[in-house]
Design a protein around this ligand. Structure first.
Ligand SMILES: Nc1ncnc2c1ncn2[C@@H]1O[C@H](COP(=O)(O)OP(=O)(O)OP(=O)(O)O)[C@@H](O)[C@H]1O
Length: 259
């Protein structure tokens, strides 16, 4: 077994996966979830990962996040920062205000109180929630809660964002607005993003590059650059054309496995 998440500096790669394999369980019950996945994410690149249900997308993200260990191969992150993680559920602390939720990573980083307040205000402005700091999560809409989760993730000051279906539970209009917001923040902060989605249109709307994983065990079977100028519209013909191409590949793959 080789290790995960070492930290050499590299100007050209923010996240590097080399021959990553993941096996859950042992013996007769062993499940090969990922098989020899190699992928480089460049600094400032937005990469979307798509694939059929159960192909190992979340597994891959969890491995990059350091939440689990690879069974083989290696994952390397440039610099020392831990990547920021966002899921479909915002996972906010319900008993804390919005301000206090965003403040959590700043407290963990032991920033002095005055600096924390300044940073929280700045982050809430960034996600357009400047007036909502004193609310509690249950007082907000689903889209607003995801904005708080994004602000909290940005508070880590990490250059790498890992997102697992972050907008999967939102209605189309809210998702559309959050795509614009995420694109703006990604571009302003020059983030490297690894974004998992079932939604190929979302992938074509957001990505510099789309990676398609095979059905289990997950292997990279297709990759395409998305060279559509930004900002993009999810309903544009260019986005639709890329989405159609990826959908066709996905359909072939799912058909091959009789799912
Ligand atoms: N802890 C675990 N123990 C055993 N098998 C697991 C475990 N976690 C995931 N798996 C299996 O590994 C495979 C990949 O799971 P994973 O959740 O990464 O897929 P996914 O592509 O994210 O799926 P979905 O799109 O449905 O969310 C699945 O077959 C899953 O059942």
């Amino acid at each position: 077994m080789t290790s995960t998440t070492t930290t050499p500096q590299s100007a050209t790669t923010a996240v590097a996966l080399s021959g990553v394999t993941k096996v859950y369980g042992r013996g007769a019950n062993a499940v090969l979830a990922l098989d020899g996945v190699s992928l480089d994410v460049a600094p400032g690149e937005f990469v979307c990962l798509v694939g059929a249900s159960g192909c190992g997308k979340s597994t891959l993200l969890n491995l990059v996040a350091g939440l689990d260990r690879v069974s083989g191969g290696q994952i390397t992150l440039a610099g020392d920062a831990n990547p920021g993680l966002m899921f479909q559920e915002p996972a906010l602390f319900p008993w804390l205000t919005v301000d206090a939720n965003v403040e959590v990573p700043l407290k963990l980083r032991r920033l002095p109180r005055a600096q924390r307040r300044e940073r929280v205000a700045e982050l809430l402005r960034t996600v357009h929630l400047a007036d909502f700091g004193r609310k509690r999560p249950h007082e907000l809409s689903g889209g607003m809660r995801q904005r708080v989760a994004l602000a909290r993730t940005l508070a880590l000051d990490t250059p790498v964002l890992l997102m697992d279906e972050p907008f999967g539970a939102l209605d189309a209009m809210t998702r559309d607005i959050l795509h614009d917001e995420l694109e703006r923040i990604w571009s302003e902060r020059k983030l490297s993003v690894l974004f998992v989605t079932h939604n190929v249109r979302e992938a074509a709307r957001l990505a510099d590059r789309i990676i398609l994983l095979s059905s289990r065990p997950g292997r990279i079977i297709y990759s395409t650059e998305v060279n559509i100028p930004r900002p993009r519209r999810i309903d544009s013909p260019e986005v639709a054309a890329i989405a159609a191409e990826v959908t066709e590949r996905l359909r072939t793959e799912v058909g091959r496995h009789g799912q």
